[in-house]
Design a protein around this ligand. Structure first.
Ligand code: ZN
Length: 318
């Protein structure tokens, strides 16, 4: 059976047809509208478009949102229009197919567990590093959601008390030091403190710190810019330190690093592994998690959403 996975993000709605082996057969994409009805129209639109070309049996929606434990409604989504909205039932009614709703990082975790970097592992932690940090946790093959459906929010673990202000209202959150946004913030700080040391980056941004993005810093680091390389080393340090905290709570066998920043993994992952191994409780006397990058790349969330929808459908009809 084929299923459609839809990744509903803050900037775009991306959908794909996925087979039982996790292969993506076809895709469609539109921009994310700002209001609720238009957003649901957009989702229905991409699903209908793909259905015209393929015989599908279920739809999975992956959303950057708090999802209720019954997996039918969105509680809250900071970057989407929904507030306490019965999204799964609304879309199911419109497309006439079973719809399964899931948090986007959870969907990615399932995709990597079934088909990617975490195949065969029992305890998996996925860290999606992009604008912020999204996290998923799998225990004995099942997603862990906490008591109210909102765990794990690892991006807002405090790694530096009194540190950088976070949009969540707290200070020193992990994602303020380990994300694309953090990479840019660190580079801007370093440029201000060490004027004249940067070559590529300083020339590129020339007086406009707002134009520094994580992607540009990564590019400059690849070109050997000393400030960009230092910003990357800071990210590696905080990734390692944060993973050591995660390991103290979950002791994962495999950590999957996903998200846009993972594309630059060769620039930071080995160093992050060293920081993690040094910072972990009982360092040197316990097994370490295998830290890997996501194998399914950009499509991992779509594949996971479709896979969960297909698995739920199989249980429902079996
Ligand atoms: Zn925070």
């Amino acid at each position: 059976m084929l299923a459609i996975g839809v990744d509903v993000g803050g900037t775009s709605v991306r959908a794909g047809v996925v087979d039982e082996r996790g292969a993506l057969l076809d895709t469609s994409r539109v921009g994310t509208p700002g209001d609720e009805l238009a957003l649901e129209d957009a989702i229905t639109g991409v699903v209908e478009e793909l259905r015209n070309r393929h015989e599908v049996g279920a739809v999975g929606l992956a959303v950057a949102a708090f999802v209720r434990p019954d997996l039918r409604s969105v509680m809250f989504a900071p970057h989407l229009a929904w507030r306490a909205a019965p999204v799964a039932d609304r879309i199911a009614k419109r497309v006439g197919l079973p719809v399964r709703l899931e948090h986007d990082a959870n969907a990615a975790t399932v995709a990597e567990h079934r088909f990617g970097a975490a195949r065969g592992a029992r305890v998996v932690s996925l860290i999606a590093i992009g604008t912020g940090i999204g996290a998923g946790l799998l225990l004995d093959g099942d997603l862990f959601r906490g008591g109210h459906g909102v765990a794990p929010e690892l991006g807002h673990l405090c790694v530096l008390p009194g540190g950088r202000a976070c949009s969540c209202g707290k200070y020193g959150c992990w994602e303020r030091y380990c994300s694309g946004t953090a990479l840019a913030a660190t580079a801007v700080e370093l440029l201000a403190r060490h004027p004249g040391r940067s070559t590529v980056l300083a020339r590129e941004v020339a007086g406009d710190p707002g134009s520094v993005t994580g992607r540009r810093v990564a590019g400059a680091a690849r070109d050997g810019d000393p400030i960009a390389k230092r910003a990357m080393a800071e990210l590696a340090r905080w990734l390692g330190e944060g993973l050591a905290l995660v390991a103290d709570v979950y002791d994962p066998e495999v950590v999957v690093i996903a998200g846009g920043v993972s594309e630059s993994a060769p620039l930071f992952l080995d160093e992050a592994r060293e920081h993690y191994a040094a910072a972990i409780t009982g360092a040197g006397h316990r097994p370490l998690a295998r830290i890997r990058t996501a194998q399914l790349g950009d499509e991992t969330t779509i594949v996971g959403a479709a896979t969960l929808a297909r698995e739920e459908r199989a249980v429902g009809t079996g």
